[in-house]
Design a protein around this ligand. Structure first.
Ligand code: 13P
Length: 261
């Protein structure tokens, strides 16, 4: 089964509005010919509007890095007394299509749990947004050979109660925590092994067809120099890019590597 590659830039807590406009302005011509790859940029909330404006007329999609959800009377509240939070409906209103959920930085610094990611994923679907669900092990977990078990628990928790018809449109980002921002990348084989394992977990939750439809991105020090060999792996369907997404030439080089996949 051939899955359409998907490369997303996670800008993390970077970029003022003018920086976002400049980066998008540089990316548009560099990516104009790359029709075979889905591409998204995920700015901070305060730069969403600037990025959305700059993206007009391009196929590059807009993503966010989190959302808030709370169930009230069996529905997801889209507004209310939740100071400092942003709902799925507000993201949709800001032209967002994708939402990164459960990034390891959110798990580590903000106490995000699989159950919370699961609720947020459901809140995405309720508003027609699509989640990019992040999973990945710490270095200590890898050293203890717990990687497969960790990503399995995360995947099962994050997808609990999500029907196959929605799951097939989700994206999973496998991001080994030890590879994020460290310059230390998983080898193509290490990444492929975990991606294949995640796909197997999806097949056991759902079925082969659903598992084969889900795109699994790799994230963790993906750069122009290592993107091609990672993307050549059969179960690596794209990338979730941090540092290299902040430079137009680097991000475009990764997207172009995905186009040649
Ligand atoms: P780096 O590409 O900077 O390692 O970050 C990866 C990441 O966390 C993307 O979400």
């Amino acid at each position: 089964m051939s899955r359409r590659p998907f490369v997303a830039g996670n800008w993390k807590m970077n970029m003022l509005r003018a920086d976002a406009e400049k980066l998008v302005g540089e990316l548009k011509p560099l990516l104009a010919g790359t029709d075979s790859v889905d591409v998204a940029v995920c700015p901070v909330y305060t730069a969403l509007a600037a990025a959305a404006g700059a993206l007009a007329g391009s196929k590059i999609m807009l993503g966010a890095q989190n959302l808030h959800t709370v169930e009230s009377d069996g529905a997801f509240a889209q507004s209310g007394a939740y100071t400092g939070e942003i709902s799925a409906e507000m993201l949709k209103d800001a032209c967002v299509a994708w939402v990164i959920l459960g990034h390891s930085e959110r798990r580590q610094y903000f106490g995000e749990t699989d159950a919370g990611v699961n609720a947020k994923a459901k809140a995405c679907f309720a508003q027609g947004l699509l989640p990019i669900v992040c999973v990945g092990e710490t270095l200590a977990e890898r050293d203890l050979e717990q990687t497969n078990a960790v990503v399995e628990v995360q995947t099962r928790g994050c997808f609990a109660g999500i029907p196959a018809a929605q799951a097939k449109d989700c994206v999973i980002a496998y991001e080994p925590v030890w590879a994020i921002g460290t310059g230390r990348t998983a080898t193509p084989q290490q990444a492929q092994d975990v991606h294949a394992h995640i796909r197997g977990v999806l097949a056991s939750i759902y079925d082969e067809a659903t598992a084969n439809a889900v795109r699994i991105q790799y994230g963790g020090s993906m750069k122009p120099g290592n993107a091609a060999e990672l993307l050549a792996q059969p179960d690596i369907d794209g990338g979730l890019i941090g540092g290299a997404a902040l430079k137009a030439a680097d991000f475009a080089a990764i997207v172009n590597a995905a186009a040649k996949r």
